[in-house]
Design a protein around this ligand. Structure first.
Ligand SMILES: NC(=O)c1ccc[n+]([C@@H]2O[C@H](COP(=O)([O-])OP(=O)(O)OC[C@H]3O[C@@H](n4cnc5c(N)ncnc54)[C@H](OP(=O)(O)O)[C@@H]3O)[C@@H](O)[C@H]2O)c1
Length: 347
C-alpha cells in the first residue's frame, strides 16, 4: 500500500509537509513515497532533500528526482501532486497537474478567488481526478475531540479565534508573498482563512452548499502602499451564536488564541500556530477543569495526506474537505475583499 507524491515548490510549507510523510513511513505500513521535487533549480531541490532529511530508509529506498516544473508535470510516476507555492501560482499549476492526469492536494488558499476555484474543480471532474484544498486543520484528530466536547459546555454562545502573525512588515521585502499584491499578499487569504475555518468547522455540521444559515459582517484595512490587508476582522452569526474571527500581520496572537463560550463553561484553545490546534482547556462554571493535549511528533500534515490517499484509493471526493466547502469559503473571502476594495490581478 503506497502512493507516489510529487512535491511542487521546494519551500517552507512543502518541507513541513514532507517531514510528516517521512515520519509516517518509519512507523506505518502505508507508504507515502516522495518521487519527485518540482522546483526552479537542481541546487534548490538538493538542499530541500537535505533539509527534509530525506533518506533511503524513510523514503522506501527511493531517491526523488529533481525536475523543472514542465518535466515534473509529465512525470508518469507521480500519482498525486502536493502544491506548496504562493497562492497566485496555484491556479495555473493545479491546471497543469490535472491536464497531465495527476490528482492534486493544493495548499490554502486554494486559489485567489472562487471563479478560479470553480474552474479547477470542473476540470478535475472532467478528468475524473481527485482534487482537494489542503485545509489540514479539519483533519486533525484533536479538532474532532474539540468538536465532540462542545456539548459539554451547554449552549454555545460565542466563539473567538485570532490568527496573528507579526510579519515584521518594516523589514519584510516588498516583493515577499506577504506584502506583494501580485503574489496574493495580505492577511485574509494567508491566515484569516483559519479563523473562518474554525467557525465553519465548530458551528456548522454541514458543508459547502448544504451549509446552515449564517450571516457575516467584516472590517478590513487595506494598506495604502502595499494594497493588501494587514488587519481583517469578521463576525459571523449562526442563529444566536457570534463567531469573532480576526487576523493580523501586525501582531502575534496571544495565547490562548481562541475561546468557545457556552452556558455551562468555556473552552480555551492553545497552539504555537493556530492552524494546528495542540491543546484545549475546558473550565466549567463550577470551577472544574479538563485539558486535552496533542503531543504527537507529527506537525499535523499527515492526516490530510492519509485522507486524500484514501480518497484516491476509493476514488471519491473528500467528505472532510469537499470542493463545495472550498467554494463557500472562497466566496466569503471574495465578498469581504470586494466590500473593502482589495483586488488581486486575477479578480
Ligand atoms: N498549511 C499551512 O499552515 C501553510 C503554512 C504556510 C504556507 N501555506 C501556504 O503554502 C503556500 C506556500 O507558502 P510558503 O510559505 O511555503 O512559500 P515560499 O516558501 O515562499 O515559496 C514556496 C515555493 O514557491 C516558489 N515561489 C516562491 N515565490 C515565488 C515567486 N515569486 N515566483 C515563482 N515561484 C515562487 C518557490 O519554488 P521553487 O522551490 O520551485 O523555487 C518556493 O520554494 C502559500 O499558498 C501559503 O498560503 C500554508
Amino acid at each position: 500500500m503506497s502512493i507516489n507524491w510529487g512535491i511542487l515548490g521546494a519551500g517552507n510549507i512543502s518541507g513541513q509537509f514532507v517531514h510528516d510523510l517521512l515520519l509516517s513511513n518509519t512507523e506505518s505500513s502505508f507508504k507515502h513515497i516522495v518521487k519527485s521535487i518540482g522546483c526552479s533549480s537542481e541546487t534548490k531541490g538538493q538542499s530541500f532533500i537535505e533539509d527534509c532529511k530525506l533518506t533511503d530508509e524513510n523514503n522506501v529506498g527511493v531517491k526523488p528526482s529533481i525536475e523543472k516544473y514542465d518535466d515534473f508535470y509529465k512525470n508518469a510516476d507521480i500519482n498525486i501532486v502536493y502544491v506548496g507555492t504562493p497562492h497566485v501560482f496555484h491556479y495555473e499549476q493545479v491546471k497543469n497537474c490535472l491536464n497531465n492526469g495527476k490528482n492534486v492536494l493544493c495548499e490554502k488558499p486554494f486559489t485567489i478567488n472562487a471563479k478560479e476555484a470553480k474552474e479547477l474543480f470542473a476540470l478535475a471532474k472532467e478528468k475524473d481526478l481527485i482534487l482537494m484544498e489542503a485545509v489540514w486543520s479539519r483533519f486533525l484528530p484533536i479538532m474532532n475531540q474539540l468538536k465532540a466536547k462542545l456539548k459539554d459546555i451547554g449552549d454555545v454562545r460565542r466563539l473567538f479565534v485570532d490568527f496573528g502573525y507579526d510579519a515584521d512588515l518594516d523589514n519584510c521585502e516588498a516583493s515577499s508573498r506577504i506584502r506583494n499584491n501580485a503574489l496574493g499578499g495580505g492577511a485574509l487569504l494567508d491566515i484569516g482563512i483559519y479563523p473562518i475555518t474554525y467557525s465553519r468547522f465548530l458551528l456548522d455540521d454541514k458543508l459547502g452548499k448544504d451549509h446552515s444559515h449564517f450571516t457575516y459582517e467584516s472590517m478590513m484595512t487595506v494598506d495604502e502602499t502595499d494594497k493588501v490587508d494587514y488587519n481583517t476582522s469578521v463576525v459571523f452569526q449562526y442563529g444566536k451564536i457570534h463567531a469573532i474571527c480576526t487576523c493580523s500581520n501586525y501582531v502575534d496572537n496571544i495565547s490562548p488564541f481562541g475561546r468557545v463560550e457556552g452556558s455551562k463553561g468555556k473552552i480555551e484553545l492553545f497552539a504555537d500556530n493556530p492552524a494546528r490546534l495542540r491543546a484545549f482547556k475546558i473550565t466549567y462554571n463550577d470551577g472544574k477543569t479538563e485539558e486535552i493535549k496533542d503531543d504527537s511528533p507529527y506537525l499535523g500534515f499527515i492526516y490530510e495526506a492519509n485522507g486524500i490517499a484514501k480518497d484516491i484509493e476509493n476514488h471519491e471526493e473528500s467528505k472532510v474537505m469537499p470542493a463545495d466547502e472550498t467554494l463557500l469559503v472562497m466566496d466569503i473571502m471574495d465578498k469581504i475583499r470586494a466590500k473593502h476594495g482589495l483586488k488581486y490581478p486575477t479578480d
